[in-house]
Ligand binder design. Structure first.
Ligand code: ADP
Ligand code: ASP
Ligand code: MG
Length: 410
């Protein structure tokens, strides 16, 4: 008997018929003799609808209250799924994050899971229940409702799988696996049979939202095998697992893009020790994650400091920066929310040279100007004008021949 955690995303529970389809997938697993926990997201579009309601009141809604609001989406889904399972003749019980309980820190709208209590769920499973858990939500030590950031139900799924020591976490979604790039952007994208945690982590961090970053971090830490697959077929999808020797030989395994970042430039910042610490210290007070950073070489004792933040945090970041800009003697604060970041990822970059040069050349030939660059051991990212995103993805995918199965030699 195996313990299986199944997570279904928003499109998979988009209407009552689709919820019945989810129920049947859970029942099929149960009938195979397995214990089943199902984690569900809000119905498609619901989280966006709720966020839009709050933003129609104010630009910066209170984040504690936002979490109270958006967590309702998943509450609806768990109840509807449990009702469906019971109607089909099975024992089922729904749980909210606070009932499980999924204890998080208090960083509203982007909380991190600290602990998952597994006692109640394990007892229900022993008694033959199919357990249905609300994705995306948790509770902090003071009893406040929290949410885990967009796409957070993936993280709930993996955290529950880790907590219960499940045999697998199946992530059911609207694509049938992880592809070399977003299949909605490029029809030559190729489905991967397996991908290492580290590559998936980079792809997710760089914008491939098929899995939330944190879910991959947890899967790697607790060695949870993750199977990304389609809600609408029974075909095997992509296994996210530890790397093996063959994976290392593939130089570039995927291209990702991210249109969710914005660029802030502080013009004429005095070039003296401690300035960067002050700027980024202020930004971190807002719990804002800074991604790419460049500082130009100083001319006449001043420099320009450019960095990117999530678009959703741009207003908050600008308010924080404006507060200290005068004291720092910054001439001007500029912002641009029409940028995108395209990245290539691959374990083989560790041992191959010339990959960055090739990427820059390919973008250059396509007439795409590079605004910022950042690299790590297994990825290279370039910030570009947002309007060239799709073009950049396609030319990179072609140049690195990602549509072809890689030939792995000795
Ligand atoms: P869910 O609602 O099930 O959580 P998401 O919309 O969060 O689904 O994630 C699935 C989507 O991820 C796909 O529809 C696809 O457009 C997108 N995606 C981005 N990059 C990739 C990739 N490399 N492989 C597969 N899907 C990708
Ligand atoms: N409903 C949340 C969102 O739309 C969480 C999720 O779907 O994973 O981001
Ligand atoms: Mg998702």
């Amino acid at each position: 008997m195996a313990l299986v955690v199944q997570k279904f995303g928003g499109t998979s529970v988009g209407d009552i018929k689709k919820i019945e389809n989810v129920a049947r997938k859970a029942i099929a697993e149960y009938e195979r003799g397995n214990k089943v926990v199902v984690v569900v997201s809000a119905m498609a579009g619901e989280t966006n609808r709720l966020l839009a309601l709050a933003h129609s009141i104010t630009d910066l809604p209170d984040e504690r209250e936002l979490d109270v609001l958006v967590s309702t989406g998943e509450q609806v889904s768990v109840a509807l799924l449990a009702i469906t399972l019971k109607k089909l003749g099975y024992k089922a019980k729904s749980y909210l994050g606070s009932q499980v309980k999924i204890l998080t820190d208090s960083a509203f709208t982007k909380a991190r899971i600290l602990e998952v209590e597994s006692r109640n769920i394990l007892k229900d499973l022993d008694e033959g229940y199919i357990v249905v858990v609300a994705g995306f939500q948790g509770v902090d030590k003071d009893g406040n409702i929290t949410t885990l950031g967009r796409g957070g139900s993936d993280t709930t799924g993996v955290a529950i799988a880790a907590g219960l020591k499940a045999d697998v976490c199946d992530i059911y979604t609207d694509v049938d696996g992880v592809y070399t790039t977003d299949p909605r952007i490029y029809n030559k994208a190729r489905k991967l049979k397996k991908i290492s945690y580290d590559e998936m982590l980079e792809l997710a961090s760089l914008g491939s939202k098929v899995l939330q970053i944190r879910s991959v971090e947890l899967a790697k830490k607790y060695k949870v095998p993750v199977h990304v697959r389609s809600s609408f077929t029974d075909e095997p999808g992509t296994i996210v697992c530890e790397e093996d020797k063959d994976m290392e030989k593939v130089v570039v395994s995927g291209v990702s893009y991210n249109k969710d970042e914005a660029r802030i430039t502080l013009v004429n910042v005095p070039d003296r020790p401690g300035i960067a610490a002050q700027v980024f210290g202020e930004i971190s007070k807002g719990n804002i994650v800074v991604d790419m950073i460049i500082q130009n070489s100083s001319i006449d004792g001043t420099t320009d400091l450019t960095f990117t933040v999530p678009k959703s945090d741009l207003k908050k970041a600008l308010i924080l920066i404006e507060k200290i800009a005068k004291d720092l003697g910054v001439k001007e604060v500029l912002s641009d929310d029409s940028i995108a970041k395209v990245s290539i990822v691959g374990l083989g970059m560790r041992s191959h040279s010339g990959v960055a040069a090739k990427m820059f050349e390919v973008l250059g030939k396509a007439g795409i100007n590079i605004l910022m660059i950042s690299t790590s051991e297994i990825k290279i990212s370039c910030a570009i004008d947002e309007k060239y995103t799709e073009l950049a993805v396609r030319v990179l995918h072609d140049a690195f021949e990602l549509d072809k199965e890689p030939t792995v030699e000795g």
